[in-house]
Design a binder for this molecule. Structure first.
Ligand code: ATP
Ligand code: MG
Length: 330
């Protein structure tokens, strides 16, 4: 089972949309997939699940069927994690349902992190809780891959989510904020990896499954801009040209001088993903991925061709990510 997190500390760069579409694509390519919604905003869950069903998954004050619910007994001090509920979100797609309440666990995850250094059993249970929920869900679904969506911040929930990920893919946009995001994210991932390595070896609980914390950066996906009237092509090209060096320096911790001059010949660039314009609203309305839209969903005429191209783009991206992560497709 491979775990892949999609992460950038810059918001709105298409993390959730990527996880959603790749979940459908890997399922279409014959894999069993678990999609883990670890962003308390729960946007991924809202993409998969209609409002009526959401209401029953999120009853007032109760969390039995969400990812928060699975770790709640541990946080409340009434036990260890509960068996996670996994929602059928599509054929061969299991969803760990997001929950606003997950934000509440931020304090406990922050407080228990230093306690690991003192070999405290509870600290290891708390810090590994998200990993263990993911592992159990993947086992239940016999999943080949777990795709993890997180919110755009460097907080303790994300740290626990990221140490559960063996691989990290970084969606970004060609703009100033995305590059600043990379400059924060690269050193943070290294720090988390080192700090977890230091703690891991002190785990006193023999039979506790704890994550490796590899967090290997596998590359970035550039979201192409929608044509924006307030921005010149020149600005766009300038930011594009800077991405390889900033990624190399900030994320890979290597000399920027050796970086490619363009994302086109940068081995770290997994794909440039088009802005699919009108397909996205159709997809949200139909509650399906853009590449499965039909005429009945409004994808008529020129849209039908765009749907086909979109399928090809995501299939290629899914294959590229699989090969980087050593994920064997059926
Ligand atoms: N390839 C795409 N084509 C068209 N629209 C897109 C594409 N990718 C994302 N979007 C749109 O861009 C917006 C932001 O995308 P998304 O929510 O996936 O980003 P995010 O990085 O998960 O954001 P956050 O940081 O808030 O979690 C959404 O409105 C989404 O519909
Ligand atoms: Mg998101």
């Amino acid at each position: 089972m491979k775990t892949i997190a999609f992460f950038n500390n810059k918001g709105g760069v298409g993390k959730t949309s990527l996880v959603y579409h790749l979940a459908w694509m890997y399922a279409d390519l014959g894999m069993s997939v678990v999609a883990a919604d670890l962003d308390p905003q729960a946007n991924l869950t809202s993409m998969f699940i209609d409002e009526e069903r959401l209401e029953s998954l999120w009853p007032d004050g109760r969390h039995a069927q969400t990812v928060y619910g699975a770790i709640q007994p541990l946080l409340d001090g009434t036990g260890d994690i509960a068996p996670p509920y996994v929602e059928d979100a599509g054929e061969h797609i299991g969803l760990l349902v997001g929950d606003l309440a997950l934000a509440v666990s931020e304090d406990e995850l922050t407080g228990q992190w230093p306690e690991c250094l003192d070999r405290k059993p509870r600290a290891f249970r708390v810090i590994s809780a998200i990993w263990r929920v993911i592992e159990q869900a993947a086992r239940e679904r016999e999943a080949g891959v777990v795709l993890i969506d997180v919110g755009p911040n460097l907080g303790a929930v994300n740290r626990a989510a990221l140490i559960a990920a063996e691989h990290v893919v970084i969606p970004l946009a060609p703009d100033l904020y995305s590059l600043q995001g990379l400059r924060n994210l690269g050193p943070t991932l290294r720090r988390w990896r080192n700090e977890w390595a230091e703690r891991r070896s002190r785990n006193p609980v023999d039979d506790l499954s704890i994550p490796s914390g590899a967090m290997i950066p596998e590359g970035y996906v550039v979201m192409q801009d929608a044509v924006r009237l307030d921005r010149s092509v020149k600005a766009h090209d300038r930011w594009m040209a800077r991405i390889p060096a900033v990624y190399r320096e900030a994320v890979l911790d290597e000399k920027a001088t050796a970086a490619s001059r363009s994302t086109r010949d940068d081995p770290a660039c997994l794909a440039g993903l088009k802005h699919y314009r009108s397909l996205m609203p159709f997809a949200q309305e139909a509650r399906k991925p853009m590449f499965f839209l039909t005429a009945a969903d409004g994808a008529l005429g020129g849209h039908a061709k765009a749907v086909q191209d979109c399928y090809g783009d995501f299939r290629d991206l899914a294959r590229t990510i699989a090969s980087r992560c050593g994920l064997r497709l059926p």
